[in-house]
Ligand binder design. Structure first.
Ligand SMILES: [Ca+2]
Length: 534
């Protein structure tokens, strides 16, 4: 069957059936490997929305991402429900929101054995599942018998290569992908999780200029939550240089698929687990924390490539998409009930824009990210993004949002921009940067993210926005109740009680204040304030 007529068949209510059983031209049974699509899931580590050529950015060059968008779909409103590595990845692999995942709502948890991942399910249903470097992490995931789980597939990490800076991984991701393709049985579909650790910190300071050929003047704007100076601009360019490393390996993977004749029937998904590792972004619940780049291509299955999808989509939508493309019913998978909704409805249409009316908002939130508050407590937040507005509800506003100052603000990765913002606390005309990134926050926050994407002007409590604020809170709480969020039934303290899986850092606050020197490798020594702040 020709591609066009297959896609015609795939329209309307027949999407799932048609996508499950694409046939070859002469009506014969599908050729080996040409039935169910392969899945290449490329996940950068800490990359924010907008920082790709396809979104018009000039100082981050991403030809491979741009190609995926051009030959497939570019999403402009894709959000993780939780802007931190482990909980975001938990949402991806389960199709459930963080508040539906018990201990896996937290960063560095003991991942509950009862939640099967979509890649484990695909592996049980005929897929060959592989991965490289960073899969579900950081956290400890064992099955009921104590055996370590491979929740994103079997690892392929043997190949290494010299890295452009000492801070970039030696993993030769693309070569490991080629090894995986060599190992994949020829008559099976496969899934591969490309788990880059770029652009996670640290960075080689000045590498964006020295090695990436960039100029600090290339940056069109510095977000309003940080000082605009050469140090911050260099930090941004060093981040850009690492994004480009991720993208280069993606480009090599696409070329490898093309060479092997596999690109046509591979769904390629490219995104990041959370926003950039800068204060106010990664680990928070602001717009840049959770709003992420996303592009997908699949020559055989996506109609009218080059479309832009403006609907709100959530990372909990990936797992049901993969299940649908694998021709499985959710109940066959053995996974806990999925909250997300398959994105395949965007593949078989010719329309751009929102397409599905129900996708007019997303829910977001956070529980415990890093340790560094008394008793390993979280900074619990829930939020909703709708109609260009972000409403946030902070459940424990007396706590420090980025963790306690005297223990290094551990919820914010150390780096030049964090250091600049911390310095601003002592400079009266700049202290607003510190207040925005690290100061305590009111219970409710409301931002017009179309006009204030950096979320620096909190409009909650303003009479002219009271109706919107109340309506957004109502919808958020109603939906969280439907999803059995423990925060809605007074049981939220359970998230604080789940132990941090890394014993070395558990109870960090009390141990540090007792005079022990536990070492938090992701921040700088200068991040620790000499005394508690009010
Ligand atoms: Ca991350």
């Amino acid at each position: 069957m020709l591609r066009r007529s297959f896609l015609k068949l795939a329209g309307g209510g027949a999407v799932a059936a048609a996508l499950r059983f694409p046939r070859t031209g002469n009506g014969a049974a599908p050729a080996p490997g040409q039935g169910r699509p392969n899945i290449l899931f490329a996940l950068a580590d800490d990359w924010s929305f907008g920082h790709a050529g396809a979104y018009g950015c000039k100082w981050v060059k991403t030809p491979a991402f741009d190609r995926v968008a051009r030959e497939g779909l570019l999403f402009t409103r894709a959000y993780t429900p939780d802007g931190k590595c482990a909980p975001s990845r938990a949402c991806i692999i389960t199709g459930r929101n963080p508040w539906q995942l018990g201990a896996a709502a937290n960063h560095v948890p003991f991942f509950p054995p009862e939640f099967k991942s979509v890649f484990e399910a695909l592996g049980e249903h005929g897929y060959f599942a592989g991965m490289t470097l960073k899969g579900y992490a950081p956290g400890i995931a064992k099955d009921a018998n104590g055996k370590t789980r491979q929740m994103t597939g079997q690892p392929f990490n043997k190949r290494t290569a010299p890295s452009p800076t000492p801070e970039i991984s030696h993993n030769d991701y693309a070569a490991n992908f080629a090894d995986f393709l060599d190992a994949a049985p020829k008559h099976q579909p496969w899934s591969f999780w490309y788990g880059s650790v770029e652009p996670h910190r640290g960075y080689e300071f000045g590498s964006g200029v020295a090695k990436g050929g960039k100029k600090t003047s290339d940056i069109d704007r510095v977000p309003a939550c940080w000082p605009d100076n050469e140090t911050v601009r260099n930090d941004l360019l060093d981040y850009a240089f690492e994004v480009e490393h991720f993208d280069r390996h993606l480009g090599r993977m696409l070329a490898e698929l093309e060479k092997r004749g596999l690109l046509e029937n591979t769904l390629v998904v490219v995104s990041a687990d959370n926003g950039m590792p800068f204060p106010h972004d990664k680990g928070n619940a602001y717009h840049d924390s959770d709003h992420l780049p996303l592009a997908m291509m699949w020559s055989r299955g996506i109609r009218k490539p080059g479309r832009t999808v403006e609907a709100h989509v959530s990372f909990i939508d990936f797992a049901p998409t993969f299940i649908e493309l694998a021709g499985l019913q959710p109940e066959q998978t053995g996974m806990a009930a999925i909250t997300g909704r398959s994105l395949a409805e965007y593949f078989a249409t010719e329309q751009s824009g929102r397409v599905v009316a129900a996708r007019d908002h997303v829910l977001i939130g956070r529980e415990r990210n890093d340790v560094g508050r008394p008793h390993d407590q979280a900074y619990p937040v829930r939020g909703i993004i709708k109609d260009g507005w972000l409403y946030l509800h902070n459940f424990e506003p007396t706590r420090w949002p980025a963790c306690n100052p005297e223990t290094g603000y551990l919820d914010s990765d150390g780096g030049p921009t964090k250091t600049e913002v911390l310095k601003s606390r002592l400079v009266p005309e700049q202290k607003h940067f510190w207040d925005t990134c690290f100061g305590k926050r009111p219970q409710e926050e409301l931002y017009n993210v179309q006009h204030d994407p950096d979320c620096v002007a909190n409009l909650a409590g303003k009479p002219e926005h009271a109706t919107r604020q109340a309506a957004m809170k109502q919808q958020l709480f109603d939906e969280l109740k439907q999803q059995a969020d423990p925060r809605m039934s007074g049981q939220g303290a359970q998230f604080d009680a789940y132990p941090y899986a890394n014993e070395k850092d558990r109870g960090f606050y009390e141990r540090y204040m007792r005079g022990e020197k536990p070492r938090a490798g992701w921040v700088n020594d200068s991040d620790f304030e000499k005394a508690p702040l009010e």
